[in-house]
Write a protein that binds this ligand. Sequence first.
Ligand code: LLP
Length: 413
Amino acid sequence: MRMDAMPDAFLRYERGSLTLDGVALQSIALAAGTPAYVYSQRQILAQLGRLRAAFAPLAPAFHYSLKANANGHLVRLLVEAGCGCDAVSAGEVFMALRAGCAPERIVFAGVGKTAAEIREALARGVGWINIENADELDRVNRLAGESGRRARVALRLNPALQADTHRHIATGHEGAKFGIPLPEARALLARRDRYANLEIAGLHIHIGSQLGRPDESAAAARIALEVAAEFGLGHLNLGGGFPVAYEESAAVPVEDFAGALLPVLAGQGVGVAFEPGRYLVAEAGVLLAEVQYVKRGGRTVVLDAGMTDLIRPALYGARHPIWPLRQAEAGPEPVQVVGPICESTDVLHPGAALPALEPGDYVAVGVAGAYGMSMVSTYNGRPRPVEALVDGDRWRVIRRRETFEDLVRLETI
Ligand code: LLP
C-alpha cells in the first residue's frame, strides 16, 4: 500500500476506507459524484502555519497566489487567516476582492496587463502593481495620472538565474518573458523621478515554481537586496515557489528555504513578502474519480477523470500518487491510469502501484489541490468537477458540478 507516499496523517485508511480528516472519501464520492475535488481546510491552515513559523523572524507578509486555486471559499479562508493575495489578471483581482481581501493587500502582477486591467486595478485601489517592462512603467504612470491616483509599484527583476525546476515553470533565466533584466532595471530606477504618478517602492523576484534549491533562492534574494539598497527601496517581494512532494520530485522542506533566506534578509530593514500558491493548497487536495473500465488484462484502468480535470501529468509529466479508496495490497504490476479524453496524452499515471480494480471502484489522485481545478477545461464537452471542503468532521460542496447547460450558457443565439 502506498501509505508511505501520503503527505500526512490527514489522509489515512480507517477500517479499510481512505479518509481525509477522518471523513470517508467514499461517502463524498457517492454523495457529490465524480470527478470531485476535495480539500482539507485543516491541512491548508497547517501549511500556512508551518510557513509562518519557518519565516517568523522576518514576519513577512504572505500573499496567496490565486492561480494555484481560486475557489472563493479557499481564498476567504486564507484571507481570514491573515494572507493578502497575489493576482495576475483583473479577473483574479475581482476574485480576491470578492473573497474579502482588502484592496491594499492585493498585489497585481502579470506579464501582459492590458490598459483596461490596469485602470480597473487602480480604480479598486490595489496595494501594489508589479511592473514587468519599461513600456508598462510608462503605461501605469500615464493611467495613474488619468485616474488622479498615485500608484505604488514594484519592479520585477529578471536575475538571469536558471532555477532547478521543470523547464515549464522556471521564470528567472535570461531570455524568459518574465521580469526586467538587471541593467535595465537599474537604468529605470536611476531616472525614477520621471514617473510623477508612481511610487516605485519595491522589487519583485520569482525564479520559478516547485523550486529545488534554497541556495538559488538565497542568491536571487541577495541580488534583489543589493538593488534595493542601491536605490533605497524598502520592500522585497520574493515570489512563491515553495515545493511539495509529488512522486517524481521530492520536496526540500520549507525550513531549509528559511534557513538559506533568513541570514540574507534578517536585519536588513526591508519589508519582505512571499507569494505561495502550491505550498498552501497542493497537498490538501485530492481528485476523486470512479473506475469505468479495466482493460489489457488489468494493466490499464480508465477513469471518469482525465487531463481536462488535472492537466499536470499531460503538461509537465507530473506524477501524482493514486490511491484506491478501498484499502488493498498493490498488485505486482504497475497500472496505467488513463482518462476518457480523446487525446493520447490523457494519461494520469503511466505506472501506478494499485491493487486490482473493478469498474465502480473509486480512486483518489493525491497532491491535486494546486493547479488542478484552476487549470480545468471543458474540452470534449466536459462540465467542470464539483469541489468540496472538509472542515473538521463535516464536509460541504464549495462549488457545484457544472451542468450541460453551463457548457453552452454563454453562446449567443
Ligand atoms: N508568484 C509568481 C510571480 C508566480 O509566477 C507564481 C507561479 C507564484 C507566485 C506561485 O508559485 P507557487 O508558490 O505556486 O509555486 N501550473 C504549474 C505552476 C505554474 C506556476 C506559475 N507561477 C504547475 O502546475 O506546476
